[in-house]
Every structure is written in C-alpha cells, then in structure tokens.
Design a binder for this molecule. Structure first.
Ligand code: ADP
Ligand code: G6P
Length: 470
C-alpha cells in the first residue's frame, strides 16, 4: 500500500545545482540519504523539497534554479550565506552531528546557531505549507530538520532519522533538547535505523520531552506517536546490474591491471571524522610494520568524497588525513609501489561499482554510523560471491550484516589482525560469508524498506480511523 501523493523533505535535494559558464546544471548529491532515497524517489507522484546545494543571490537566479529543478520534481528552499553558516555548518554539523556521533569535543554550542536553525526550519515550513496538499503524505528526513514539524500543520506527518540517535545522557548535553523532542513528537510516525536508536530516543523523550507520556510509544497510534526501527537499504539489483555492464567490467579489468599482483583493500566514504579514516590509516600503517610480507603486494585504495569542508573540525580532520597518508607513503613506498592511493573526489556510479568489483576487501571503520550504505553496496557488487567485508561494530548495518568480519574501530591492533585474517581467508569461508551477506542485502532492498514503512503508516491510519468510528 503506497500513499498516492508523497512529499519528501530533507536538507539536501537528490541533485546538487552547480554554476556553469552560461547558467546552472545539476549533479548527483553525495551521502547515504541521497543515494538511498534517490532510488525510491523516481516513483510517480513524489516530490522532493530541499536545499539545492548552492547559494544564489538574486531572484533572477532563483527563478532559473526553480525552472531547472521543476522537471525533476524538486522544489528548492533557498538559503542565504548567513543562514547556511548558522543552520548547516553551525547547528546541524557543529552541534547535532558531532554530538549524535559521540564527539562532544567537536561541538560549538552557540546561541546564534540555534537561532539560525529555528529560522531555517521555519523557512522550510513556509515552503512546505505553500506546496504540500493536506492529503499528501509528508515525509521529513534527518537531523537538519528536527524542528520542522513545529512549523507545519499537517495531519500525515512522518519522520525518518538517518543517523545514530545517542544515549539520553549524551542527548541531554544539548541545551535545546526539549524543544527538539517536542517538535519531533508532533509527527504521528517516527522511524529510526536500529532498535538501539529507537530505545535511546524513547529514553530521551521520557526524560526531556515536555509532553512525553509512556503511552506515547504504545503501538496503538491513536494514543500518540508511533516510533519504530527499520534500517534503510540500497537498490541492490541496480548495483549488481551496473557491475555487469561492459564498460564497468572493462574498468574493473583496468584496475586489476594497474594493481597487478597486489591485493586491494578499498574504503569509500565522505571525509568525516565519524568514519574512522585516521584509525583505518593507523591500522594499515601497523599492518605494514608488523607484516612486511605484504610490502609491494597490497594497496589501500581510499575513495573519499569532500564533505562539509567549511566546518572547522572537518578542515582539521582533512589536514590530519592528508598528513597521515603522506607519512605512510613516504615511510613505505618503493619505486613501483605506493601503499595508499587516496582520491579526494566524488566518482560516478559506474566507476564506484568497478572499484567495488575489483576490491579483495572492503574496510568500513566507522566510529559511529547510523547505518553505512557502503557496506551493502560492496556486497551487492560481488557478483562472484567472493571478497571480504570488514565492518565496524559501531555501524548500524552491523546488526544485519552478521557474516561480515567485525572490528572495534578504536582497537587498532584488533583491526590489523582482522585485515590479515581477511587477506588470508580460505576461499570457501569467503564464499560462505559473502553468500550469506548477499542473501541479506538482496532480501531486503530499499524498496522493501519503503514497503515496510508504508505498510506501517497504512495500518496506523486504519487503527486511527477505527478508533474514531468507535
Ligand atoms: P553517509 O550517509 O554518512 O555519507 P553511507 O555509507 O551511508 O554514509 O553513504 C555514503 C554514500 O556516498 C554511499 O552511497 C557511497 O557510495 C557514496 N560515496 C561515498 N564516497 C564516495 C565517493 N568518493 N564517490 C562517490 N560516491 C561516494
Ligand atoms: C549523511 C546524513 C545526510 C546527509 C549526508 C551528506 O548521510 O544523514 O543527511 O545529506 O550525510 O552530508 P551533507 O552534509 O553533504 O548533506
């Protein structure tokens, strides 16, 4: 059962607008939210409201951007530089993101950020009210818009939280914790990635929400908000089909040729401290120190997409990653061998799939991650049922992908042992693990996730209708 008329609202649209010499163009947006939701967006009668990824400074340009996005069923919310700095760089990514990922040291608790967050959430509210009919299914996504429900009057309001929801003690550090929860509780339906997130949210509500009541979490929606956990996924079949395209297979062979006689460990992420990139590099460095037999026979290939580069903690993190990559390469490289290949750029879907197909090992080291789609994408691309996924136990996906090799991302020595084990794994074990992982990833795609959520919404409204009729 799918609602007839769906409006997605998130900070970022699935496409990012860019300036060209004679106007504007669009590219695919980065990050898990855009990848996962982008696959299900191409449904009829869906619209997407969000920031177009560019600051435009006059009405003429705004009009041009609107016209560019209209055929894509995207409705832009324009932000000034000041709004963007306070709401996105500030409150979203220098308070909520670091705190929700257990990095309070990266937080800057500035009243101005809170003001900007409120103003921009209210601005989104005005755009929503102007475009979304009352009978539409209105679906808000992620931490940048936690206050949005406060600014809209809509009966069918759902919210999906893509990132980890921290324990209530950590959430309680936010001075504006009650306002955030009270606003969210205006939704009838709230969904988290994992059961752990759901329980943390419930604990936070019971402690800090002004109108929280134990019945709130009763499965009977008529008593309040229904809160559940359904991990998001990917369009696994699209990834496996992409790997089989001739052009992608050619690219895969080229990668193998470039790294002939070398095993490939691959990592793919936004440049974000929550991904454990420094810890991964430290582990790789220790591996090269302790296992000299891998010299000239192994590369760490890192596809890193630029992210949030105006936020000071991200700038600082990039400097450290650049430095550590340089140090490892200068310590261990030889005439024909560079141990770390670090690409600081976004690659297209075909290229990404070619790297997934070529890699012997995919290394996911998140210090904390709502889900982590990269782990699922790697599995979806292993058409021959080989390859090893090493996955941080701190990623939401670890709950589903139980056949991955699990690591504790703060335990560098354990990570080294896991990498060495992955490189030496018997083919039969590789096959058993990958077959089981594929069963999971293909057995529950992003379309199944969507069906589950809509089914839940449908049941909720049926219950509600029934309780009104009684
Ligand atoms: P997050 O949502 O925190 O960014 P995920 O792992 O859930 O983390 O999602 C990241 C998404 O971004 C994946 O779809 C991944 O393929 C994509 N991605 C990450 N790095 C790159 C890159 N360098 N080039 C292209 N896509 C990338
Ligand atoms: C994560 C967040 C998304 C965000 C994405 C990319 O997936 O959950 O909300 O869109 O990262 O980050 P960015 O700040 O570039 O939108």
């Amino acid at each position: 059962m799918k609602p007839e008329n769906i409006y997605i609202v998130s900070n970022r649209l699935p496409v990012t607008v860019m300036r060209t010499e004679n106007g504007f163009t669009v590219t695919q947006s980065n990050g898990g939210l855009a990848t996962a939701l982008g696959s299900v967006f191409h449904q009829q009668n869906s619209y997407w409201i969000g920031w177009p990824g560019i600051i435009v400074d006059n009405e003429k340009e705004e009009q041009l951007v609107k016209e560019l996005l209209e055929p894509l069923r995207c409705i832009p919310v324009f932000l000034s530089q000041e709004e963007f700095d306070g709401y996105y760089n500030g409150f979203s990514n220098a308070i909520l993101w670091p705190l929700f990922h257990y990095h309070p040291g990266h937080c800057i608790f500035d009243d101005e950020y809170w003001l900007a967050y409120r103003n921009v959430n209210s601005k989104f509210g005005s755009v929503v009210s102007a475009h979304v009919p009352q009978d539409a299914f209105l679906w808000i996504h992620d931490y940048q818009l936690m206050l949005l429900p406060f600014y809209i009057n809509h009966s069918n309001l759902s919210y999906f939280h893509h990132i980890h929801f921290p324990s209530q003690e950590v959430f309680g550090i936010i001075p504006w914790r009650s306002d955030l929860l009270d606003a969210l509780l205006k939704c009838r339906h709230i969904v988290f990635q994992t059961e752990k997130d759901r329980v943390n949210f419930k604990d936070a509500c019971l402690k800090y929400a002004s109108k929280a009541h134990p019945d709130l979490f009763n499965t009977h929606s008529s008593l309040g908000t229904k809160v559940s956990a359904h991990p998001i996924s990917i369009d696994a079949f699209d990834f496996s089909q992409t790997v089989q395209k001739n052009a992608v297979q050619t690219m895969t062979r080229e990668i193998h040729d470039v790294f002939a006689n070398q095993r490939i460990i691959l990592s793919v992420d936004r440049l974000d401290y929550s991904k454990g990139i420094l810890e991964r590099l430290e582990a790789f460095r220790l591996l090269l120190k302790d296992f000299p037999q891998y010299h000239e026979k192994l590369v760490l290939l890192m596809l890193v997409v630029p992210s949030r580069s105006d936020v000071p903690s991200y700038e600082e993190h990039k400097r450290k990653v650049d430095e550590l990559v340089g140090n490892i390469n200068s310590e261990y490289a030889s005439l024909g061998w560079r141990p770390v290949h670090y690409y600081y750029q976004q690659v297209n879907r075909d290229t990404l799939c070619a790297y997934y197909a070529a890699a012997d090992v995919c290394l996911v080291t998140s210090l904390r991650d709502g889900l982590n789609l990269v782990s699922k994408e790697y599995v979806a691309c292993r058409t021959k049922n080989n390859g090893v996924l090493i996955l941080s136990e701190m990623a939401g996906a670890a709950e589903e992908l139980t056949y991955a090799l699990k690591i504790h991302p703060y335990d560098i020595k354990q990570m080294v042992v896991a990498i060495a084990y992955a490189l030496e794994m018997e083919k039969s074990e590789e096959n058993v693990r990958m077959t089981a992982l594929k069963k999971k990833v293909f057995g529950y795609t992003v379309f199944d996730w969507l069906d589950t959520i809509f089914q839940e919404v449908f049941c909720m409204y049926e219950e509600l209708k029934y309780s009104f009729e009684q």
